[in-house]
Design a protein around this ligand. Sequence first.
Ligand code: ADP
Length: 167
Amino acid sequence: MMRQEHGITVAVYPGSFDPVTHGHLDIIHRAAKVFDKLIVAVLNNTSKNPLFTLEERMELIRKVTKDLPNVEVDGFRDLMVNYMKARNVRLIVRGLRAVSDFEYELQMASTNHKLNPDVETFFMTSKPQFSYLSSSIVKEIAKFHGPVEDLVPAEVEEALKKKFPRI
Ligand code: ADP
């Protein structure tokens, strides 16, 4: 466990999680081993048109992380650095799947660091078997009733079936 001399090491894992996938869950499990506490912060991004409401996305993450006592699920509508200041957290965890993620992540990390120099972003590489996996791909498959059981937890699969019922 990586401990600070004073207090505990808390990190925030922000994202849309629309919905949470095995790729996200892998990062959550691994980050929860590194940091004393991990806050999964679900962003209510108004520029994206989400399939699941903020509350539904948070509830799904709560269900699939219930075995992880040091993981908290929260939601935010604010600028990342404002949210972090309010929660008194300065570490961000993000997942990197492929080179295509890099440019956007670099921009985000640099911007957050510029807005608050105390904020540091840590990147964790995706497991190779999840490197192609995204919430968008999952939604695309589920829309046409394709198989998603290898991509998302069972609770999410159920929730997707309700969003895309077979008529
Ligand atoms: P955002 O809308 O902020 O990109 P996402 O929910 O798509 O939110 O992703 C949140 C974080 O999880 C991002 O850092 C993203 O790169 C990472 N992530 C998404 N899918 C995977 C995956 N399959 N493996 C590892 N990390 C992932």
